[in-house]
Design a binder for this molecule. Structure first.
Ligand SMILES: Cc1ncc(COP(=O)(O)OP(=O)(O)O)c(N)n1
Ligand SMILES: Cc1ncsc1CCOP(=O)(O)O
Ligand SMILES: [Mg+2]
Length: 208
């Protein structure tokens, strides 16, 4: 199975964003996983074409490439795996579709959901929102480092904290057992996405 990195860059699904430029900068700066996340109203063709391009960039950098939600796009493009949450295919079904060797991420906010996801085949967990985020609407209240800690204590797979993550907040998350973090805004909203990536990696104790 491809490695589950510590700094997951999730592409920005908000309108008018240039995903490719940000991915290129983040890869050059050392991001070790990219998750392709497109707007819900993007067509499968759009999702596929973006994934193919980002996957090629990830391959050049030796970086794991995942697809959010759309498993058929992940398979068609030849990505390393996918990420599913509560509104997506169930984890067990996703694992059956992707096969044993693929990376499969699952969203969990509490230990019970986390344990079920691992039992059903998740290779890592995306846990959050750790903090308030401006990137996604309709989320429950942030669970904070304590909520991340509760999940990390319950499972043996890597926990990737998500939601409002900044470099300053990373140490509070790794200290309680997070393997890594997934970010949108910290890199995509930065004036200099490469510099923001470096700062996150340094906060993770992974300087380049
Ligand atoms: C690493 C990681 N963690 C959580 C999520 C959120 O997935 P989900 O709950 O399915 O929400 P959407 O991203 O599909 O809106 C994620 N994508 N990645
Ligand atoms: C997709 C998703 N799921 C929970 S928070 C989030 C968005 C995270 O974005 P940001 O890093 O900008 O808070
Ligand atoms: Mg989803």
């Amino acid at each position: 199975m491809p490695p589950i990195g510590r700094l997951h860059l999730i592409t920005d699904a908000r309108p008018g964003r240039d995903a490719l430029a940000v991915v290129a900068a983040a890869l050059a700066a050392g991001a070790d996983t990219v998750q392709v996340r497109v707007p819900d109203d993007a067509t499968d063709r759009e999702a596929y074409e973006l994934t193919v391009r980002i996957l090629a960039m990830c391959r050049d950098s030796g970086v794991t490439c995942l697809v959010n939600d759309r498993l058929h796009v992940a398979l068609a493009a030849g990505a390393d795996g996918a990420h599913v949450g509560a509104d997506d295919l169930p984890v067990a079904a996703a694992r059956r579709i992707l096969g044993a060797e693929a990376v499969l991420g699952a969203t969990a906010r509490d230990p019970q959901t986390a344990l079920r996801a691992v039992r059903d085949g998740a290779s890592y967990l995306g846990v959050g929102p750790a903090f308030a985020t401006r990137t996604k609407d309709g989320l429950p209240d942030p669970i904070g480092p304590a909520g991340i800690a509760a999940v990390a204590r319950a499972v043996a797979v890597p926990v990737i904290a998500i939601g409002g993550i900044t470099a300053t907040r990373v140490p509070d998350l790794t200290a309680v057992g997070a393997h890594g973090v997934a970010v949108v805004g910290a890199v995509c909203d930065a004036d200099d996405p490469a510099e923001a990536t470096v700062e996150l990696l340094q906060a993770l104790g992974e300087p380049r």
